[in-house]
Each structure stands twice: as C-alpha cells, then as structure tokens.
Design a protein around this ligand. Structure first.
Ligand SMILES: *[C@@H]1O[C@H](CO)[C@@H](O)[C@H](O)[C@H]1NC(C)=O
Ligand SMILES: [Ca+2]
Length: 152
C-alpha cells in the first residue's frame, strides 16, 4: 500500500500554476474571472450573447464581485443599468444564478414584484427585479485562464 502511494507521489501529475489571464479581446480580469461589456439587450438575448462567448451574464456572488460589477456600471463614463445573472422562475421567489446554482442569499434582490423575474443593477446600484423583456447593458463573465498545467 505504501509502495502504491509512493508511486503515485513520484509519478503522478504535478500541478504548475502560471499567470491568470483572459484570452480574447476586450476581456477584463478580476479575481479569477474575465468580464466583457457588451450590448444593450433583453434578458434572453443577453443570455445567448454570453453563452456564445462561453460565459454567463455577470454573476457577482461575493461582496467583492458585487462591488466590481457596480464599478463597471460607470466604465463608459455615464452610469448605466446592467443585467445581473440572477433569475426566478415564474415569480416563485427563488433566485438562481445564470449557471443554475441557488443564490446563497435569497434576499439579494430587492422589490420582488410578481411578473418581474429578471434582475438588474439600477442607476443607484441597487439590485432590483425587472421585466425580462426590458433591455440593459450586458456584461458577460467567464472563467479566467488560470495558467494551470500538469507536468508528468
Ligand atoms: C429579445 O430580443 C430579441 C432580439 O432583439 C427578440 O428577438 C426577442 O423577441 C426579445 N424577447 C423578448 C422577451 O422581448
Ligand atoms: Ca419578481
């Protein structure tokens, strides 16, 4: 058994971490995520636009990521309302991120109006529900290239 373990340690893959980067044009790096500011679209078009980039509508799951999302509202010099990748299904009051995971803080969205199942950061940077057919600036996110590779 010890022998088998030793063989694993000696010959197993070794993880090497390199530089964290965003490949492709106009992606902004924050933490281990890449972000790209896109067009003003309705929610389903925004979801598709981000999916076409192998990503999701911005999902600020930590306070730091939320502050970063808010800072992006002003990136073009005027404050804009932007989609947040959060949604409830048929006004059921259960908020899920665009990647399908449950929001750990179910009170993250303010003013839960029936029929308004999508979410945007409004001008004062509050997180409000809104009609999914409305159009807002779309920010997509995807995982950064962590520069991890294995050597054998
Ligand atoms: C969203 O926008 C797309 C593209 O402009 C349009 O085809 C679609 O009907 C819109 N959907 C809603 C729910 O407004
Ligand atoms: Ca609602």
């Amino acid at each position: 058994m010890y022998q088998a373990l030793g063989v694993m340690i000696l010959f197993g893959p070794i993880l090497v971490s390199g530089k964290v980067t965003c490949s492709g044009q106009d992606w902004l790096l924050f933490g281990e995520m890449c972000y790209k500011i896109g067009d003003t679209l309705n929610h389903s078009a925004a979801t598709k636009a981000c999916s076409d980039l192998d990503g999701y509508i911005i999902m600020p799951k930590t306070p730091e990521e939320m502050e970063f999302a808010k800072s992006l509202q002003n990136i073009r010099g005027t404050i804009e309302e932007v989609w947040i990748g959060l949604k409830e299904t048929n006004s059921d009051g259960i908020w899920k991120w665009a990647d399908g995971s449950l929001a750990s803080d179910q009170n993250i969205v303010q003013d839960n109006t029936p029929g308004e199942d999508c979410v945007r950061l409004q001008f004062a940077s509050l997180v409000y529900d809104t009609l999914c057919s409305n159009t807002f600036v779309t920010i997509c996110q995807r995982d950064a290239d962590l520069g991890k590779h294995y050597i054998r």
